[in-house]
Design a protein around this ligand. Structure first.
Ligand code: SF4
Length: 446
């Protein structure tokens, strides 16, 4: 493998520096004062957790930052993560009335971050008192945003809650899956700590199905919540995929999240397969690690690309090259990846999801020399232990739940987040977890 040029620690820090810096006190107040505090505000409707945005912004304008944080936390248990990682451009800020007036939307995400930064700076004082213990317990599998939100809400409802987390550091996707230039691990861990301080116990290094059986958990708790997210990318099913130098996007992003950047050997030329938001994260992270050339290969056209437009623009700004209508055919190399053979694709009719069908163009093969292949072609639900859960049903490889209560086909088992929606935003998972806690409460107490 061609080794990418090693950067100085200072250079890495610069490359992975935040792309959205925080507000200063005066700029936050000035921005908060721009808000029209709309009645029936469209921004609040557009937020999946329905945070009372105009109220929390008004509190910033009047200097009540702790009150602002409380308003936010009443709707969302991972608001610092959401402030930094949410696609606000297509959610709350995208719905702000200023867009209609042709003016810049209120920077809701940065204001939310401002309030939450303050709250954590003053050591996250207690804002909520749990109800008296109700004698029942909830076991949660996975400490990502859905699990954390379900845990926090369940504790407030009087449950004893234990989260079982396979990783040594909790937080799931918030800790391990968000590009460092958007958010560092330390921020996610502040929210984990907040939820632990409410009374949620988190057992790390516990892999359900190996360290403890699912049935044991089912006997131990009155209800179980699955917040297990998704597994690694499926296989490309092309020759050469087993070569050293081929890596799954999540595995790669996890390495980058460790923040030991000098030890990640990405090579000089990198191909990322797929064009979703995870692909863009992987590509821009590879570039910031020092790769000289990074290519995104996508078998459909730009108009079919699942990534958000603003993510695409970020990739263009980072000099990522896009090969549209291009599919990988073979990974070439003797001891490790040396090149990738691709084939051009022709676009056909639109499929049921509104994307073009594709078919290979005869004799259009070409070879790109590369050192690393990152697979980012979507993820599927982990099947290790859940395939054995009685009554669980699936649709399109997602766990099927009641949309109101989040109860699965097994009455004692609830689920939320990526494992039921196939991979949406952190904010959707946070909402699911909170709602599922109330679903559990309804199931156990009517
Ligand atoms: Fe403020 Fe915009 Fe929301 Fe209206 S829509 S309350 S102006 S952030």
């Amino acid at each position: 493998m061609n080794i990418a040029q090693k950067l100085s620690q200072e250079q890495y820090e610069q490359n992975f520096g935040e792309i959205k810096p925080p507000f200063t006190a005066s700029s936050a107040v000035a921005e908060a004062n721009r808000c029209l505090y709309c009645y029936d505000s469209p921004c609040m409707k557009a937020c999946p957790t329905h945070i009372d945005i105009s109220t929390f912004i008004k509190k910033i304008a009047t200097g009540n930052l702790k009150g602002s944080a409380k308003t936010i936390l009443q709707s969302n248990w991972v608001p610092l993560t959401c402030a930094k990682a949410c696609p606000v451009e297509v959610l709350c800020e995208g719905a702000c009335v200023f867009n209609v007036k042709g003016e810049k939307a209120i920077e809701i995400g940065r204001l939310q971050r401002y309030a939450m930064d303050y709250y954590f700076e003053i050591s996250a004082p207690k804002l909520f008192i749990p109800k008296r213990e109700n004698g029942k317990s909830v076991g949660i599998i996975g400490s990502g945003p859905a699990g954390l939100a379900c845990g926090a809400e369940s504790v407030l409802l009087g449950y004893e809650v234990t989260i079982y987390e396979a990783n040594k550091i909790p937080g799931g996707l918030d800790t391990w899956g968000i590009a460092p230039y958007k958010m560092r691990q330390a921020d996610s861990l502040k929210e984990v700590k907040l939820i632990e301080n409410l009374g949620v116990k988190i057992q790390t290094n516990v892999l359900v199905g190996k360290d403890i059986s699912f049935n044991e958990l089912l006997n131990r708790h009155d209800a179980i919540f699955l917040g297990i997210g998704l597994g690694e990318s499926p296989e490309l099913k092309i020759p050469g995929e087993e070569l050293p130098g081929v890596i799954g996007a999540l595995q790669f992003i996890n390495q980058v999240k460790n923040e030991k950047w000098s030890s990640v050997n990405i090579g000089r030329r990198v191909a990322v397969i797929g064009a979703g938001n995870t692909s863009i994260d992987a590509a821009t992270e590879a570039k910031r690690l020092g790769a000289e050339e990074v290519f995104i290969l996508y078998r459909r056209g730009k108009m079919d690309m699942p990534a958000y437009e603003f993510e695409y623009e970020l990739a263009i700004k980072d000099n990522i090259s896009f090969y549209f209508q291009t599919a990988p055919k073979k990974i070439i190399g003797s001891n490790s990846v040396e090149a990738i053979e691709c084939i051009k694709m022709e676009l056909g009719e639109l499929d049921s999801k509104g994307r073009h069908s594709v078919k290979p163009i005869k004799n259009s093969e070409f070879v790109i020399p590369i050192d690393t292949v990152i697979k980012a072609i979507g993820q599927t639900v982990k099947t290790e232990f859940i395939s054995a859960i009685d009554g669980l049903k699936f649709e399109d490889e997602k766990i099927l739940v009641d949309p109101e209560t989040y109860q699965t086909g097994n009455p004692k088992v609830f689920a939320g987040g990526d494992c039921i929606n196939g991979g949406k935003e952190v904010v959707n998972a946070a909402y699911d977890g909170k709602r599922a806690a109330h679903g559990i409460h309804k199931f156990l107490f009517g």
